[in-house]
Design a protein around this ligand. Structure first.
Ligand code: PEP
Length: 253
């Protein structure tokens, strides 16, 4: 009942021409895929161009970040309304690179989440523990904290627009993927937490993506896990063949 999502986070890569070339290659490669929601998140400057190229296809647009305020003296920032205006369906927030490199805290991420929900944009909300936290036995506490504070004040109705991406920091861009069992363990914990914080309906309807070195060679295994509803893909989303193979994963069974 949960539509799988495969989302590509292009991070700080690709010129306008390269971005448009990548989606132009991707469109026919995923055109027959009617069962998966496919999303790409280019750099801000390529959003408008990519929106134009994917119009009428089954690929949706996401932004990699936003600022929570609607307008004002926030030099260099982009609001939810402007992202909606350019054609975004989703916005990624809470990515570990934003948390680690730009010092974003749960409270600020929560401010963005609330602003996006009000603007009617979908949210891809990233959480995940570092290796140190995992090895120190704090993984579940970290995930609990990130969800409790990051999604604070979002109503059960607003949760319909939220997709959670579990991305263990030690697996992002490192080539080390969580095993299928490790991913399932974290996802099951997240789903149980949603039942506790909201209710069983929200828990069973919310999609939980796995992210961290997802490749054509490991997606099928990850998707056999009952609580893995898709993937947030970094490096492998920069190549049309690889990303198409991930989006066209072989369903379990
Ligand atoms: C990401 O940036 O969200 C990510 C998962 O990157 P990679 O697939 O390269 O590990």
């Amino acid at each position: 009942m949960r539509t799988p999502m495969i989302a590509g986070n292009w991070k700080l890569h690709k010129t306008l021409q390269e971005s448009s070339g990548l989606v132009t290659e991707l469109i026919p490669a995923v055109a027959d895929n009617r069962t998966v929601e496919i999303v790409v998140a280019p750099v801000y400057t390529a959003l408008s161009k990519v929106a134009e190229v994917i119009a009428g296809s089954n690929i949706k647009l996401a932004a990699q970040n936003c600022h929570p305020e609607a307008q004002g003296a926030f030099t260099g920032e982009v609001s939810p309304a402007l992202l909606k205006d350019v054609g975004c369906h989703y916005v990624i927030i809470g990515h570990s690179e934003r948390r680690q490199l730009f010092g974003e805290k749960d409270e600020f991420i929560n401010h963005k989440a609330r602003a996006l929900a009000v603007a009617g944009l979908g949210i891809i909300f990233c959480i995940g523990e570092t290796l140190e936290e995992r090895e120190g036995g704090q993984m579940f506490d970290v995930l609990r904290r990130q969800i409790r504070y990051g999604l604070k004040q979002l109503s059960a109705d607003q949760m319909a627009g939220v997709v959670i991406a579990y991305e263990p920091v030690w697996a992002i861009g490192t080539g080390k993927t969580a095993s299928d069992v490790q991913a399932q363990e974290a996802h099951a914990f997240i789903r149980a937490l949603l039942a506790e914080l909201y209710n069983v309906q929200v828990a069973s309807a919310t999609r939980i993506l796995y992210g961290g070195s997802v490749k054509p060679g490991n997606i099928d295994g990850l998707m056999t896990q009952p609580d893995v509803d898709g993937a947030l893909v970094g490096g492998a989303s920069l190549n049309a063949d690889d990303f198409a193979r991930i989006a066209n994963f072989q369903p379990p069974g």
